[in-house]
Design a protein around this ligand. Structure first.
Ligand code: FE
Length: 301
């Protein structure tokens, strides 16, 4: 079975491009790379040309997610797997590939409505990554951009799509009792990162609940938190350590109304020994005092 290897890139529609650039540089120390048009900008966090494409439009939500496969053979095999499962697949155009700066890509839509791209040939820029503030950089090697938590109207369909068609493995399921009945979450991995995508089975104001970027050092996360306080960027969920991936992190609001998680130190998965885990709460090991808001499906930002 062909498998996705990592979360390569994300596209986000933003109504406040200047606000996004300010947050990305002040809090995360990311490099802003000029886009192909005035309404576009790229965020760079490693050797890739970019990991996030910001496009000026009022959607203020996830526009597309790009998942990497090894080579042309894997791309064809993934396309076949999707078609066999009844998913409509389109070939990316030359223009699409040029804009994403990849060799080739295919396009489909996941069960929660995310425009999903599968590509090979990740966009390397050999010039050094130039962070906007000194730091230890981001943990992306072999693990991809970070992770997404997405609101899914049909969590079983979402899990089936990523696990049975794209080759992800389940890290854990979480079931929480709430006054409105059981709330389910699912966390899936495609490499040693504990999860690259997760689903919350409750509607949200946005498709996207949050995006997580992982730092190589706890110090950078603390400096980023100080930057939020200094620049009046709301801290949606303050520092804590998650139960499942054991990441130390905090969440901030972003100009598009979802949240960004800045984390460090997550445990990694070895598929040779991993067994699916189950949790009956989203409580953190310590901290994350506002996490209950996330569990109810409300926007944490
Ligand atoms: Fe997260």
């Amino acid at each position: 079975m062909a498998k996705v290897s990592e979360l390569g890139y994300l596209g986000i529609g933003v109504s406040d491009l200047a606000g996004w650039k300010r947050l990305a540089t002040t809090v995360f120390g990311m490099q802003v790379v000029s886009g192909d048009t005035p309404g576009t900008a790229y965020l760079r966090i490693d050797q890739n040309h970019h990991r996030v494409e910001l496009n000026s439009r009022d959607s203020d939500d996830l526009d597309f997610a790009g998942w990497e496969v090894e080579d042309a053979g894997e791309l064809s095999a993934i396309a076949r797997q999707l078609e066999l499962a009844g998913v409509k697949v389109r070939a990316g155009s030359r223009d699409d590939a040029a804009q994403r700066r990849v060799v080739d890509l295919i396009k489909c839509v996941d069960p929660s409505g995310i425009a999903t791209e599968i590509f090979y040939g990740h966009p390397v820029d050999p010039r050094p990554y130039q962070p906007s503030r000194a730091g230890s950089g981001f943990k992306t090697a072999g693990q991809g951009l970070g992770h997404l938590l997405v609101h899914s109207p049909d969590i079983d369909a979402s899990v089936g799509f990523y696990r049975d068609i794209l080759g992800f493995r389940v890290s854990d399921f979480t079931t929480v009792s709430t006054p409105n009945g059981p709330l389910r979450l699912a966390f899936l991995h495609c490499n040693s990162r504990h999860h690259s995508i997760a689903f919350i089975g409750a509607p949200g104001p946005k498709r996207l609940n949050h995006i997580m970027f992982e730092s190589n050092a706890l110090m950078d996360v603390g400096i980023g938190r100080d930057a939020c306080l200094a620049h009046d960027i709301p801290i949606a969920i303050d520092l804590g350590c998650h139960m499942n991936d054991q990441m130390v992190s905090f969440y901030m609001g972003c100009p598009s109304g979802f949240a960004l998680e800045y984390g460090w130190g997550a445990r990694v998965i070895d598929d040779a020994t991993w067994r699916v885990e189950h949790y009956d709460s989203v409580d953190s090991i310590w901290g994350h005092p506002q996490l209950k808001t996330l569990a109810t499906g409300d926007a944490p930002a």
